[in-house]
Design a protein around this ligand. Structure first.
Ligand code: IVH
Length: 701
């Protein structure tokens, strides 16, 4: 490269120099486009990239006859597709609850027995499968042909990586033998330890970035915009579950695994049929011993109840099935020195102590911070700054401090004194008797709380605004670009200002605007969750959205519920899964005029989508139902879960709004009240029929 030409001001370039410079810029910009868009690994900052493009444009303006056919300014639509299309999974892709001990494992399935109303010694048959540490994908087959493949994404919506999956020999393009009209196959894409080492060696030789572990290598290889790159990476797949299907495909999970093999998928050969919890524990030990010698990384064992009819009855809580669990391998531990205890202030004002550690490698991950939970925990374990502490890390959870190595305590280490004022805004921090957490009383005057609320608001399960992460929010807040959630939607008007910020540029500023504008439509449940009201997690937000249906109705009812004797308050309290503590938080939130103003300002600029009852074709869809008395064929918990999956809203009290009351044995006042109000009652047999469950144990009507 000719340094002197590259450094010359545009107005001083001769025609020959300009020609040479345009050629250099075209090649240079193409290289950076590739690094940015295809490899996901920019080599220069956005500002430097913009400077290259600007120089190219300026030279072209001076010498229009020199504009090259391959000039970066001519490329139509400028950047190539920089994102994958989104795909909605027909059936959500869920995750698994974790357990770490045999006791927790047994308790998990004891809960499943209680849910089903089975005796505590009723046997379960399971399938045990090694838990592969890769990334899950969903493959859709129509009439046996592979038509679409997607990443898990947030479980509801993933990224369309069909073209990349097609390059993988492990993904059959056509199913062998007889296949249903429609089936979504789920499995884990991973890279073997050997292929990972070979890939990193090649990356190193080529001066490219190295991957931290096989999981990242697999994810990085699958999420390539250029499928030719994916094709060169060695990716493997084990299939282990299904999503939507057009017909029943097996009676047991084990049978399903056999069909998978027959269709042409690899199923982990270590998968095993297991007859009891005791056998499951043996299998776990075996896998733990095998772990190091396996050609791929595993981080535990997944146990699934074998009987698919039982799986169906057990259903899900939130994102996790009640019929499967991941029994993870034990946490890995190391010792290091505790350098400082920092107090973080959360979204709801909670003061959380965080351990700042001398960096230590635990199971391949460099750990610098650990949670200390709360002040009681520090006192109980008598953790002091300067102590040598035992740190443990398990799965994705934040590392924890297990204890102190007292023999190594420095002589002058003092017990930690927990602050009684907020370290950020100086407001009093109070700890109500009986509670473990001390909270800042500053509310919205406390910058830490405001920033944390904004982070929550933009986070993945809430508004999911890509590019608006913790660091950006904190910086924008500090510089006055953001004060509250409404300001987020004003950021696109300030694109030029953002582009001019250090570390930004036109490309990333535009990307951020697009990400924000794309989220001006939001489903009601995400909106409610995003508000960050205490105790309102994703599950409760969904419950509320389902119950109230529309933003207007929800808002109106929340305002009315402030009156303790109101019908709205009774209704709120009676929503299954809500309860008085949650109702109290909602009422508190809506008693604060500033909160109402924020909610209304947001509603003005957003389109908040109504939540419709799932179209299940059931007569229960969208209806409100109450259960009373003892059901003989299923537990109350199962009945509620079943009704909800059929699109019904389950409440605990009978009112004029109730559509059906299912009356079991020994009904109490609710059946009387139903009669008074003229609400339709259903016998258990009628309920079973509506629920689509074959009656065998129910009493005759
Ligand atoms: S079953 C509803 N089986 O673990 C059940 N998952 O923590 C869905 N995984 O997202 C998952 N090996 O990426 C299942 N044999 C296996 C698995 C497995 C690995 C991963 C999967 C899932 C995560 C849940």
């Amino acid at each position: 490269m000719n340094r002197t030409i590259a450094e010359k001001p545009v107005e001083k370039l001769s025609e020959d120099e300009a020609r040479e410079e345009l050629a250099r810029l075209a090649a240079e910009i193409a290289k950076h486009d590739r690094a940015y868009y295809e490899l996901n690994a920019p080599l220069i900052s956005d500002a430097e990239y913009d400077a290259l493009r600007r120089r190219n444009a300026e030279i072209e303006a001076r010498f229009p006859h020199l504009i090259r056919a391959d000039s970066p300014s001519r490329r139509i639509g400028a950047p190539p597709a920089r994102e994958f299309a989104k795909v909605r999974h027909r059936v959500p892709m869920l995750s698994l609850d974790d357990v770490f001990t045999e006791e927790e494992f047994r308790e998990f399935f004891a809960r499943a027995r209680r849910f089903l109303g089975l005796p505590s010694d009723a046997p379960f048959h399971f399938v045990g499968e090694p838990k592969i540490d890769g990334l899950s994908i969903s493959l859709t087959y129509e009439r046996g042909e592979f038509v679409r493949g997607a990443t898990r994404g947030d479980g509801i919506e993933g990224e369309d990586v069909t073209a990349n999956l097609r390059t993988m020999p492990a993904v059959p393009v056509r199913l062998h033998g007889d296949a249903p009209d429609l089936i979504e196959i789920r499995g884990e894409v991973f890279m073997s330890k050997a292929d990972f080492l070979a890939l990193n060696a090649a990356q190193e030789a080529a001066g490219e970035r190295l991957f931290a572990n096989p999981r990242n290598a697999a994810a990085g290889s699958l999420r390539q915009l250029d499928p030719r790159i994916t094709a060169k990476r060695k990716l493997s797949l084990f299939a282990y579950a299904f999503g939507a299907t057009s017909e029943p495909i097996a009676k047991t999970h084990w049978q399903f695994l056999q069909r998978l093999k027959h269709w042409g998928f690899a199923v982990n050969p270590l998968s095993r049929r297991i007859g009891s919890e005791a056998e499951a524990a043996t299998f776990y030990q075996e896998m733990a011993e095998k772990r190091a010698s396996l050609p791929y990384d595993i981080d535990g064992v997944v146990y699934k109840i074998d009987d698919l009819a039982l799986q169906e009855r057990l259903g899900f809580v939130g994102r996790d099935p009640r019929w499967a669990v991941a029994w993870k391998f034990p946490a890995e531990q190391a010792t290091t020195v505790l350098e400082e205890i920092r107090i973080q202030v959360g979204r709801t004002g909670a003061l959380t102590p965080v351990a700042v550690l001398q960096p230590v490698n635990i199971g391949g991950v460099l750990v610098r911070h650990a949670t200390l939970h709360n002040e009681d925990e520090i006192a109980r374990k008598d953790i002091r700054v300067g102590d040598t502490v035992i740190v443990q890390r398990a799965g994705d959870v934040i590392p924890q401090i297990v204890g102190v190595v007292l023999a190594k305590r420095p002589p002058h280490a003092k017990p930690f004194v927990f602050p009684d004022h907020c370290p950020v805004c100086g407001s009093l921090a109070v700890k109500p008797p009986g509670e473990a957490v001390r909270r800042c009383t500053g509310g919205l005057t406390c910058p830490a709380q405001v920033v944390e609320r904004l982070i929550h608001f933009a986070s993945r399960p809430a508004f999911d605004i890509e590019g608006l992460g913790e660091k950006t929010i904190a910086e924008f807040y500090a510089d006055g670009l953001l004060r509250g959630p409404v300001d987020i939607f004003r950021l696109p008007d300030q694109e030029a200002k953002i582009a001019a910020r250090e570390g930004w540029g036109e490309v990333s500023a535009r990307k951020l605007s697009q990400a924000i504008l794309a989220r001006k439509r939001i489903p009601l449940d995400r909106f409610i969750y995003a508000l960050g009201i205490r105790r309102i997690g994703e599950v409760t937000a969904r419950q509320l959205a389902r119950h109230y249906g529309s933003f207007r109705h929800w808002r109106e009812q929340m305002l009315a519920a402030r009156n303790p004797g109101s019908e709205a308050r009774v209704e709120l309290d009676s929503i299954s899964g809500v309860g008085p503590a949650i109702a109290e938080e909602l009422v508190d939130f809506f008693s604060e005029p500033r909160n109402i103003a924020t909610v209304d300002a947001l509603a003005k600029i957003l389109t908040i989508e109504d939540v419709e009852a799932p179209r299940t074709g059931s007569i229960l869809s969208g209806k409100t139902i109450v259960f009373t008395g003892q059901l003989t064929s299923m537990t109350r918990q199962e009945a509620k879960a079943r009704a909800e999956s059929l699109g019904a809203k389950v409440t605990d009290t009978v009112s004029r709004k109730t559509d059906y009351v299912v009356v079991g044995d020994d009904p109490g006042s609710k059946a009387r009240r139903a009669a008074e109000l003229g609400v339709r009652t259903l016998s258990e047999a009628e309920w079973l029929q509506i629920a689509g469950i074959k009656e065998n144990t129910a009493a005759p009507t």
